[in-house]
Design a protein around this ligand. Structure first.
Ligand SMILES: [Zn+2]
Length: 68
């Protein structure tokens, strides 16, 4: 483990489970309450990809508007 890596004292819980409604620990593939598979947006890897594709769409729109 890296020295710079910060260990959060509390697990991040951002989203509710669509199956049972309990708050899921962010980054886990499954709900820690009912074991149901967590939605893709509960994964950490989803968000950089999401913002990267969002940025790509915005850049494409800007380029389309500027260049024509
Ligand atoms: Zn659940």
């Amino acid at each position: 483990m890296s020295v710079n890596e910060k260990a959060p004292p509390q697990p991040e819980k951002k989203f509710g489970c669509p199956a049972c409604g309990a708050k899921m620990t962010f980054g886990l593939a499954r709900c820690d309450s009912c074991g149901e598979e967590a939605p893709i947006y509960n994964r950490r890897a989803f968000w950089p990809l999401f913002y990267a594709s969002l940025a790509a769409v915005v850049l494409a729109l800007v380029a389309w508007l500027v260049i024509g």
